[in-house]
Design a binder for this molecule. Structure first.
Ligand code: NDP
Length: 258
């Protein structure tokens, strides 16, 4: 066990998690803390994020705090990263995870709706990664960024029509590779995870007949749980993955294998 602890330990590191007030971000925050990391949550839901931070502090015996941060606002992103770095004494890991989905067909989606999805899922991920990478590089720190893409960046989901979401996630995968190469000699690794259908607030509110349809298509015969993504994020955040950058890890119960 000592061997494994050393390999995957995040002790002495601080992780920023966007969208950590609920869903995947909330659960993965708790697991990152379980691996020893101090946690900073950025979210639009400040009260919920503060509650998550409080729970993590109690359960995992690490430091944790929360900030209101809209990832689509680049000035707020820069400022909040600086505040978090000062408060925690340094930052090392970014789980760049906040995202939204709209089920709108290409013929029906308005320009505003299209822009909203692209703004959170692509621009927001870029603003966070840019500010975090800049912080690490200017401070001579090594670090790891893990972006949440989606299997929707690889396949087109059915029956729901969601071109804005699918396009934004395909872009996140390529942004990940582009940043990984740009920062390859600067000690900053950038990878992404691409979850399949995962049970969260985002998917739980979708009409039941669609959820049943998805489950019927998934070779595992069920949706995944946020917990089932945590090991991949810990691996990519830890020194177990020091030669891994520009990688997209698909975690989808075999959905994209068929
Ligand atoms: P949730 O909707 O459950 O949680 C997302 C969190 O991000 C919410 O707290 C949300 O706040 C917050 N958020 C949204 N917009 C912003 C913003 N502009 N700035 C800061 N925080 C914001 O989603 P999931 O946990 O299901 O998804 C997390 C990530 O995983 C997303 O990127 C999603 O696309 C991706 N993903 C999810 C899958 C799934 O099946 N669940 C599958 C594949 C990928 P608020 O509620 O106020 O909007």
């Amino acid at each position: 066990m000592e061997f494994l602890e050393k390999l995957f330990s995040l002790k002495g590191k601080t992780a920023v998690v966007t969208g950590g007030a609920q869903g995947i971000g909330k659960v993965v925050s708790s697991y990152l803390a379980g691996a020893g990391a101090d946690i900073v949550i950025f979210d639009l839901q400040l009260e919920a994020a503060e509650n998550v931070a409080e729970e993590i502090t109690k359960e995992r015996n690490v430091r944790a705090c929360a900030f209101y941060c809209d990832v689509t606002n680049p000035d707020m992103v820069d400022k909040t990263i600086a505040e978090a770095a000062q408060k925690m004494g340094g930052l090392d890991i970014l789980f760049n995870n906040a995202g939204i989905c709209q089920h709108k067909s290409a013929l029906e989606v308005t320009s505003e709706e299209w822009l909203k999805v692209i703004n959170v899922n692509l621009n927001g991920v870029f603003y966070m990664a840019r500010a975090f990478g800049k912080y690490l590089i200017e401070n001579g720190r090594k670090g790891s960024i893990i972006n949440t893409a989606s299997m929707s960046g690889t396949i087109v989901n059915i029956p729901q029509e969601q071109a804005s979401y699918n396009s934004s996630k395909a872009a996140v995968k390529h942004l990940t590779k582009s940043l990984a190469v740009e920062w390859s000699k600067k000690g900053v690794r950038v990878n992404s995870i691409s979850p399949g259908y995962i049970k969260t607030e985002m998917t739980g509110t979708v009409r039941q007949d669609w959820q049943n349809f998805w489950t019927g298509l998934i070779p595992f015969g069920r949706m995944g749980l946020p917990e089932e993504l945590a090991g991949a994020v810990i691996y990519l955040a830890s020194d177990a993955s020091t030669y891994t950058s520009g990688c997209d890890m698909i975690i989808d119960g075999c959905f994209t294998s068929i």
